[in-house]
Design a protein around this ligand. Structure first.
Ligand SMILES: [Zn+2]
Length: 534
């Protein structure tokens, strides 16, 4: 599967094609037209919003021999050399891997030489927040007295990590998360150019899943196209590839639950299973749906708190009138508990059925004889798991004995911090971006049961996770969300289940007391883009 094909192929090569960042494009073209070009720019914003793309267009525009309206012509020698990556005038540096003083000193020596052709030497330093303190100091010296022919473009996802001394020398541009409409329009354009037919609803779903990042949306679209090469891309196919369930189904299901119609609710579940939907993801998505409903119920202007189409919002409002806050809280509680259990269960379907019955029959929560019977069957199955060899140390001698693989608890209880993370896992995953979120939805947070150290292992259960163990951006993103949620940082490793058969990794069980405190911590979603504004 060619993963970033569309993104590479259709990277904008002039300002007019940059989508969703009009405020930035306008200012930059005005500067170029008026020949009032700055020497240091800081581009901030979430990944996939166009920072490096704009940096490259700017580098071409200032060197172009025949700029058109502030945009590069893309035809002259300079434009073509920069486009091909052969020009000495544009130097791209990834600060994530070149973050030392020496790297910056090298730049300082280089900038003393004028460009041999073209007007400007442009240094694009990506992930600039990764520079060491020494490197920042060295960079500052250059920024204080930049030669007239040098432009620095610093790009970062984390402006707050840039020293104030650097900030004060830069023109700062905040790249917004891109709206669903803008992404959908762009996807439609590209599909047209590729000759791929697609339903509007399908495109919108992918745009929404992109979560403000054009790059993520294009990656997801790539996956969908690759899966159904040569076919019309329908809404159903998109849901299938992304393993998601149509929100209409949630609406239908919730209405059955509210009327206490167990049979109809179970039948909807049956249809989902027949349709090949992934139950763990369904549980997570339905919890999210009810969380949206709760926001509609409690918020004065829910349009701003949640991101759904006006059609879906109308349904949500209707449903919010049909229920009360306590009931919704109970529903969310039942389903959050379920989402913790279901990942490791062999009988996922039974567990979901039980949860649906609980929702439909509140009284049954204390009178669940038949259901408890089914759970007993499940517990028996767990007890019948294979026997494992365990070495027990007593004094100086090691005694080897055969014992059943302990299910709960493992050798050492999971550290409390990890339990808290797991209790709030849905909320954490819910805050990650697009493609990464899709992979995380099918991951299991684990810990080393042997050492009991406070290190979180995120084990991806599907090949979708293969992209992430080496993705430092993604790791950082997840780490920061956890830090925000937990109030402290935690060491984190990502791995793919089938690659690492590490037996010492265990699932994290959550103490009831911790769960009670954490799982209702429903977060209000920020309006896209708002958190990038100062
Ligand atoms: Zn040109």
């Amino acid at each position: 599967m060619s993963y970033t094909a569309l993104y590479r192929k259709f990277r904008p090569d002039n300002f007019a094609d940059v989508k969703g960042q009009d405020h930035i494009v306008t200012t930059l073209t005005n500067q170029i037209n008026a020949s009032r070009i700055g020497h240091a720019y800081l581009f901030c914003g979430t990944r996939g919003t166009g920072k490096t793309t704009v940096a490259k267009i700017l580098a071409k525009a200032v060197n172009c021999q025949h700029p058109v309206n502030g945009s590069p012509c893309n035809e002259c020698e300079m434009c073509r050399a920069i486009q091909a990556g052969t020009s000495m005038n544009v130097i791209e540096i990834d600060a994530a891997s070149n973050n030392g003083v020496d790297n910056i000193r090298e730049i300082r020596e280089e900038v003393t030489y004028r460009p041999t052709e073209g007007n400007y030497k442009v240094y694009i330093i990506d992930e600039v927040h990764m520079l060491s303190t020494g490197a920042f100091n060295a960079l500052l010296k250059t920024l204080e007295e930049p030669p007239s022919y040098v432009i620095f473009i610093l790009a970062t996802t984390e402006a707050h990590k840039i020293p104030i001394t650097i900030l004060s020398r830069c023109q700062r541009y905040d790249f917004h998360r891109i709206s669903i409409d803008t992404i959908a329009d762009r996807l439609t354009e590209l599909l047209h150019a590729e000759g791929v037919e697609a339903e509007e609803k399908a495109v919108r779903y992918v745009a929404k899943a992109g979560d403000g990042s054009m790059r993520d949306a294009l990656s997801l679209l790539d996956q969908c196209i690759a899966f159904y090469l040569g076919q019309t891309l329908t809404y159903d196919k998109v849901l299938e590839v992304l393993g998601a369930v149509d929100t209409e189904v949630f609406s239908k299901l919730l209405r059955k639950v509210l009327t206490g119609d167990v049979t109809a609710a179970i039948r909807i579940l049956e249809e989902l299973i027949v349709g090949g939907r992934e139950l763990s993801q369904f549980v997570g998505d339905f919890t999210w749906y009810m969380r949206n409903l709760l926001l509609v119920k409690t918020s004065d202007n829910p349009e701003e708190a949640i991101d759904v189409s006006s059609e879906n919002l109308r349904l949500l409002k209707e449903e919010s009138e049909m229920t009360d806050i306590d009931t919704l809280m109970r529903y969310i509680r039942v389903f959050s508990e379920l989402s913790n259990q279901i990942r490791f269960a062999t009988q996922k379907r039974v567990l979901v059925e039980i949860a649906l019955i609980k929702l439909c029959r509140p009284a049954m929560e204390t009178n669940l004889d038949s259901v408890l019977d089914r759970i007993r069957v499940l517990e028996q199955r767990i007890d019948e798991r294979p026997v494992q060899q365990v070495v027990v140390r007593s004094g100086d001698e090691s005694v080897t004995e055969m014992r059943k693989e302990p299910v709960v608890p493992p050798q050492k209880a999971a550290p409390e911090d990890l339990q808290k993370i797991v209790a709030g896992w849905k909320v954490i995953v819910g805050q990650t971006t697009a493609a990464f979120k899709q992979a995380l939805l099918q991951s299991v947070p684990k810990y080393n049961g042997e050492t009991g150290e406070p290190v979180l292992y995120v084990e991806f259960q599907t090949p979708l996770g293969r992209l992430y163990p080496d993705d430092s951006d993604a790791k950082k993103e997840l780490q920061e969300i956890i830090e925000k949620q937990l109030g402290k940082s935690i060491e984190l490793h990502m791995l793919v289940a089938e690659d690492h058969q590490q037996t010492n990794l265990s699932q994290i069980t959550v103490d009831q007391a911790i769960r009670e405190n954490i799982h209702m911590d429903v977060q209000i979603e920020e309006e896209p883009g708002s958190h990038l504004e100062d």
